[in-house]
Write a protein that binds this ligand. Sequence first.
Ligand SMILES: [Zn+2]
Length: 340
Amino acid sequence: MRFLLALMISIIVLGCKNNSEKLSLHDESQSYEGPIIDMHIHSAEKEEFTKDTLGFCLPIINIIQHFDPKEDYLEIWNEKLHNPECVDPMWSPKSYDNFIERLTYQLEKHNISTVTSGPPLTVEDIHNRIGDRIIKSCQFRIGRDSITLDSLRLLVEKNGFRVLGEISNQYEGIAPSDPRMEPYYALAEQLDIPVAIHLGSGLPGHFYFEPGLSPRLSNPLELEPIIRKFPKLRISIMHYGEPFIDELIAMMGNFPQLYADIGGIQVYYPREYFYEYHLKKLVSAGFGKRIMFGSDMIIWPEIIDRAVRVIDEAPFLSMQQKEDIFYNNAARFLRLEEMK
Ligand SMILES: [Zn+2]
């Protein structure tokens, strides 16, 4: 009996030990401390910040875990953001000034330079306020952003815009290879600036916000006609075309000029799933030199902290792989040396 009791206690103790080992898997000495390039943030509009602050929970996919279509989706979503169900929601800034302050803090804390996409005027504004950590990128969506080819040329040649993106036609159900995009791709190729194309899921239930969004168009195979037509064009797949990992692998294998940014997906899905079925798979398939860090920061600056942590704490990444994902790959893709 005594022996049994001792055995049970030792099992319990050993069990605890195992658990604490699991919890402390991330060795702080292995933390990445170098500079970071965030390939994917957005310049927010001033009107987006009011006293009515919104609480956002991670992982994003868990915000809505089920939905009965007899309900009003937007009402439910609204409720989840006003009364978030997690213990550690991020709260949106009450004003644009507070947003800039908190974003600057994040960028300085992690030594981040960031490709910042938005309408040209808001990108200019955020660049004026924060400075050269902001790499200017011109967002584009057919029908919404009516920027002409001449204005795009001017933005690049006179105003220092470095990237055409986020190209978000997927939200309107428009494929990357839509013929209306061809003159823009041709110009980007000619001006030698990369394009960054959104391929991936929207918010949970995004259909109810923008019914045009088609998950079918997240598939990286959709890019093949563009690559064939514009062989010198540099393309970054924003959100890496998740969850179409095998298709991404097929495309990256066949077209070694193709890069992909993580684009907030490290906080979109639960960490275990992102690690096991996306990041680990891509790195172990041999694409660690073309995956770039991205947070998809929109109005919650602290998402950057969380997004950095998920990559930094990936137990299967070597320090060299972290250096590549956080900095080297994006620097090579953007030709940062030549930009200076
Ligand atoms: Zn996107």
